[in-house]
Design a protein around this ligand. Structure first.
Ligand SMILES: *Cc1c(COP(=O)(O)O)cnc(C)c1O
Ligand code: SF4
Length: 315
């Protein structure tokens, strides 16, 4: 089956979800961010278990409709850093392209769930902006998820970026292979191999159970192109806030040559308050992790604070 067809089979209705996971959870059908769950991830949910760490990441709950103080529509200041319809510029050397609205899955804590995505096709305005800014060295393809784009659109974009002399690097920020590893097709691999810019892959994985053999095999194919694969995780209550789970995640990543890059403090987006782990607890977990596993397998614990010149490290 093609990845597009697998994507079309995503679970998007409560009826399908309840039947599949044997849960009875029609608390609310009115959530801000619709249910969207690849079958692969749904299969990993323990039947009938509302505390399952995969379920918690993807299944909407009534709690999302509660208003919490300090929780915002745009907690990281994306909107003020928009410089073209599809680009964000916060940091030196790097520009981030919001390439698409589409994702392989909808994560309940997504800080971009309210983002006002640009409607127009193509990246003309963004490309000319990047051409004009000779301080830039790296373009980050983000979204949504850049691997939602077809190989044709990706190739066009990569070709355009590759022709800009001051650009040296291309970075993908993607969660797609965790839900649909079939996206890493031989055609995509060929396209990545041809790219003259040094490419980096940053995946987003929060729990070791997300990393099955198909997912790891797909990531290996990327590594074999000479592309470093890094992971960023979000510290989430009830998902990965125990030392055993974090150790399991970081060790599995290390065993597969994937660098644990960042562990993010939750961005305070409206509806996600029930996911927050205190910084005190996060620091304790990182310190404990450091005593248990190789130094290179321990991620940097960071927070994104609007208007800062880098991510802020939590010590
Ligand atoms: C997080 C982010 C980056 C990348 O930051 P690194 O610390 O280099 O990973 C770049 N641009 C924007 C807008 C970001 O939010
Ligand atoms: S894959 Fe990333 S962009 Fe898409 S919903 Fe999840 S966190 Fe948000």
């Amino acid at each position: 089956m093609t990845w597009q067809n697998i994507l079309r089979q995503n679970i998007t209705s409560w009826e399908q979800l309840c039947a599949f996971t044997e849960i009875d959870l029609i608390e609310t059908k009115n959530v801000n961010f619709p249910l969207n769950l690849p079958v692969r991830l749904a299969q990993k949910i323990e039947k009938g278990n509302l505390e399952d760490p995969i379920l918690k990441q993807f299944v909407p709950r009534a709690k999302e409709n509660e208003k919490s103080p300090f929780y915002q529509v745009d907690p990281v200041g994306d909107q003020p850093s928009r410089c073209a319809p599809k680009s964000l510029k916060k940091y030196e050397q790097r520009i981030l392209l919001v390439t698409t609205q589409a994702c392989a899955m909808h994560c309940r804590y997504c800080f971009r769930q309210n983002f006002d995505y640009a409607k127009q096709k193509g990246f003309q305005e963004e490309i000319s902006q990047i051409k004009g800014d000779t301080t830039l060295r790296e373009v980050i393809l983000s979204g949504g998820d850049p691997l939602s784009l077809s190989d044709r659109v990706l190739k066009e974009l990569i070709d355009d970026l590759s022709s800009i002399p001051h650009l040296k690097r291309l970075r993908f920020h993607t969660r797609f292979p965790i839900g649909i590893p079939e996206r890493i097709t031989p055609k995509l691999i060929a396209l990545l191999k041809e790219c003259p810019l040094q490419t980096w892959f940053v995946i987003h994985c929060n729990h070791p159970r997300e990393l099955d053999t198909d997912v790891l095999q797909a990531l290996k194919a990327i590594q074999k192109c000479g592309i470093p694969v890094l992971n960023q995780a979000v510290l989430l209550r009830g998902v990965n806030d125990t030392i055993e789970t974090l150790q399991g995640l970081c060790e599995t990543l290390a065993d597969n040559g994937i660098h644990s890059y960042y562990l993010h403090q939750l961005d305070r987006v409206q509806g996600a308050a029930h996911f927050e782990v205190s910084q005190k607890e996060g620091k304790r977990l990182i310190e404990e992790l450091r005593t248990r596993i190789a130094g290179y397998a321990v991620p940097t614990y960071v927070q994104e604070i609007a208007n800062k010149h880098s991510k802020s490290v939590i010590f």
